[in-house]
Design a protein around this ligand. Structure first.
Ligand SMILES: *[C@@H]1O[C@H](CO)[C@@H](O)[C@H](O)[C@H]1NC(C)=O
Ligand SMILES: *[C@@H]1O[C@H](CO)[C@@H](O)[C@H](O)[C@H]1NC(C)=O
Ligand SMILES: *[C@@H]1O[C@H](CO)[C@@H](O)[C@H](O)[C@H]1NC(C)=O
Ligand SMILES: *[C@@H]1O[C@H](CO)[C@@H](O)[C@H](O)[C@H]1NC(C)=O
Length: 179
């Protein structure tokens, strides 16, 4: 064997590792586009609150417009506006006021489908929500099952707030590309 071949052989273990850790393939899948409108039925206080303050910066106000305030959320999600209509998903995750001026919130929400054709699938929403905006656009960064490899856009709009029952109706218009 020529010395050149020996040099090639010594590279083999490295190449072999590459094959183990990463492989790629060209697919010809088409993205499917799915649009849907979901309604988050949120109770921000009271005995059955679905969003609760988790923590904040010691010495600061713990409020939605105060840097660092962090909430945990598990909202029922319905297809129709009616809060008594049957649940099709839960909106579970974290909100955190993430700009020093208190204007922006970081949203980390899983939409966990619990019935109908998407039952068992999830969508991941993550990004900056400009709290004062009427319509708050946040990215869809992933999903599971039916929504594998999802990406898209979620537009949130607060349609109704009832301060007597601590209730807020937040509509979410989703456009999602997935396989
Ligand atoms: C989904 O909504 C987007 C934005 O409104 C629109 O451009 C698109 O045609 C809709 N797609 C379907 C499949 O309805
Ligand atoms: C909270 O939930 C419980 C159990 O579902 C229910 O009995 C109660 O009426 C609810 N309270 C309010 C204020 O909605
Ligand atoms: C929803 O249910 C509550 C309690 O069961 C009831 O008081 C209320 O009128 C219902 N709302 C609607 C829009 O049906
Ligand atoms: C949703 O899926 C779960 C797990 O597969 C199942 O237990 C449940 O009955 C389903 N719910 C509905 C409403 O179809």
């Amino acid at each position: 064997m020529a010395p050149k071949s020996i040099a090639t052989l010594t590279k083999l273990p490295f190449l072999f590792l590459l094959v183990i850790f990463a492989s790629s393939q060209a697919y010809e899948y088409q993205f499917i586009e799915t649009n849907m409108t979901l309604n988050f039925q949120e109770y921000y206080a009271g005995p059955n609150a679905t969003v609760n303050t988790l923590t904040g910066i010691p010495g600061n106000d713990w409020a939605f417009d105060s840097f660092g305030t962090t909430y945990v959320v598990d909202d029922p999600i319905t297809q129709s506006l009616d809060k008594n209509s049957s649940e099709i998903a839960r909106g579970q995750g974290i909100y955190m006021t993430s700009s020093l001026d208190g204007a922006n919130m970081q949203v980390l929400i899983s939409i966990v489908f619990t019935s109908n054709e998407y039952n068992g699938s999830t969508l991941e929403i993550q990004g900056r929500s400009l709290q004062a905006a009427n319509v708050r656009e946040v990215s869809v960064v992933g999903g599971t099952e039916i929504f594998k490899f999802a990406r898209g856009i979620a537009k949130f709009e607060t349609l109704n707030v009832d301060t007597s029952t601590f209730y807020a109706l937040v509509q979410c218009d989703l456009t999602v590309l997935h396989y």
